[in-house]
Design a protein around this ligand. Structure first.
Ligand code: IMP
Length: 479
């Protein structure tokens, strides 16, 4: 680990602001990348999303911390900032603080919240279930009120965090929100709290965060001037970005790299270095297109519930994996079976919702698009060990749309993305199990060639390669 630290020090020596964002549809393992690199930074900042995220990190002595709203920095005793672009839920925030204290068993590092962040109320949750109930093609949200938080804010109807300390303003704001939403809420078979009830329950706990509420943009500017290093912790991913993702099947924040400026109040010019975290086999939960997907979404999402025995360590799981791997290598497995194999192998289930994640083939055209949108300096390729033992690896090389091969970086409109035909090529795989390898030289030559070929096609050096679920299971490459 010390040897890895030395490497990281050199790599990030010149980086004052690092942005880590997801390249696919979330769940790329951003938490693991952040866990590795955050030692080099002083302040860890969230700039988008809200409680819909789920990042797992570890303390130096190995305690596991899952964060949803608070940046991952608590585990490493870093200053944590919830930027204005992050949607704030008071109750969940306080619960997360409490849980973190219980895990860490010590006083927490400072956590700051922006006074201008959109503030969650029960109306946001009710309105989300009202909207989802009326949609033909449901988004399949995480039910954290994310869409209404962003949408009602843009309509200038939402309360913000600072109003917690101005009950009259908060009450006025909630009154307007209630009036506007009333016709919808009245049609639902659910109890709807009055604005007064909401104000009193929010205000009752507001004092607990008073000392943490600041103008985060101003604070971050001061930190930069003091020479501190900032890490922007992306949540969700490029494919879920409200503008550059697969609209309408997106989350409602600016989760691509551009969102870091919008969500922190720092000028775009300070964001010069990004890492795009890309999953070797991309996954998706909820609805919406994922061009390289192996199996039908709903079936894949239900699979862990239908076969819980395969998702716990034991004989059944081991037998399933070894017989399926043999079948894949004999060329007898269909895409559904491949999907099941990788889902079980990678325990592809959501941290926030527990839903199964549907798995896709390595998808180069999608990554070329994500690279165009985020212009990362490096890629972090996670879960590369999932390919261990697969002799022939199908890789999506191009998209064909309405009879034409699309040039790199170009996508059709999101609502036609499901129509693209994926043009695949079989790449030579490696038979060795690369699980747990942390040195580049120990990777088999075929694996190294695989990575080099991929980075040429995507046009970005691959700095990090994930080789397993453990903390040290990551290769830091010479790039
Ligand atoms: P929302 O963010 O709850 O509005 O959900 C919108 C879409 O984004 C749904 O398809 C969710 O499954 C997806 N989504 C939101 N957050 C995450 C995440 O952290 N990982 C994976 N998918 C996510």
């Amino acid at each position: 680990m010390d040897y890895q630290r030395e490497k990281l020090k050199k790599i990030f020596n010149q980086t004052q602001v690092l942005t880590v964002v997801g390249g696919n549809w979330g769940d790329e393992g951003k938490g693991k990348v952040i866990d590795l690199v955050m030692s080099e930074f002083d302040v860890i900042v969230r700039f988008s999303g809200g409680a819909n995220a789920g990042h797992t990190v570890f303390t130096p002595d190995g305690k596991k911390l899952v964060s949803h709203l608070i940046p991952c920095g608590l585990a490493a005793r870093k200053i944590c900032v919830l930027g204005r672009g992050e949607f704030f839920n008071l109750e969940l925030f306080l619960k997360e603080l409490e849980d973190s204290r219980a895990v860490l068993q010590e006083d927490l590092a400072p956590v700051y919240v922006d006074f201008g962040s959109p503030l969650w109320t029960p109306y946001h949750a009710l309105f989300e279930s009202y909207i989802e109930g009326r949609r033909q093609g449901k988004i399949g949200t995480t039910s954290k009120g994310i869409g209404p938080l962003e949408g009602l804010y843009r309509l200038r109807l939402s309360p913000v965090v600072g109003m917690l300390f101005e009950p009259k303003i908060l009450r006025r704001n909630l009154g307007i929100l209630y009036d506007v939403l009333k016709p919808c809420l009245e049609t639902m078979n659910e109890a709807v709290p009055t604005p007064d009830e909401i104000v009193s329950s929010l205000v009752a706990r507001a004092e607990e965060i008073k000392s943490k509420v600041i103008d985060t943009g101003y604070f971050l500017q001061e930190q930069l001037q003091a020479g501190k290093k900032l890490m922007m912790e992306g949540a969700q991913a490029t494919g879920l970005d409200a503008y550059w993702g697969t609209y309408p099947f997106v989350s409602s924040g600016n989760s691509a790299a551009g969102g870091a400026a919008v969500g922190t109040g720092l000028p775009p010019s300070v964001f010069d270095t990004a890492i795009l975290v890309a999953k070797t086999l991309p996954t998706r939960v909820g609805n919406g297109p994922q061009p390289s997907e192996m199996w039908e979404r709903l079936a894949a999402m239900e699979f862990p519930k239908a076969h819980p025995e395969l998702f716990v360590k034991g004989k059944e799981r081991d037998e399933f994996l070894s017989s399926m791997l043999a079948k894949i290598n004999q060329g007898k497995a269909d895409n559904v079976e491949m999907s099941q194999y990788f889902q079980v192998l990678g325990d592809e289930r959501g941290a926030t919702t527990g839903r199964g994640r549907s798995v896709g083939f390595l998808d180069i055209p999608w990554l070329q698009y994500a690279v165009r949108i985020n212009r990362p300096k490096w890629l972090a390729l996670t879960r590369f060990d999932m390919l261990s033992g697969i002799k022939t690896v199908p890789v999506v090389m191009q998209y064909k749309f309405q009879g034409e091969i699309l040039p790199p970086g170009k996508l059709p409109p999101a609502w036609q993305l499901a129509e693209v035909e994926t043009i695949k090529e079989n790449w030579e795989g490696f038979e060795e199990n690369i699980g747990g390898i942390s040195e580049e030289s120990k990777l088999p030559k075929i694996a190294r060639d695989f990575i080099s070929r991929l980075e040429k096609l995507v046009g970005v050096p691959i700095l990090l390669v994930g080789t397993g679920p453990g903390r040290g299971d990551m290769v830091i490459r010479q790039v």
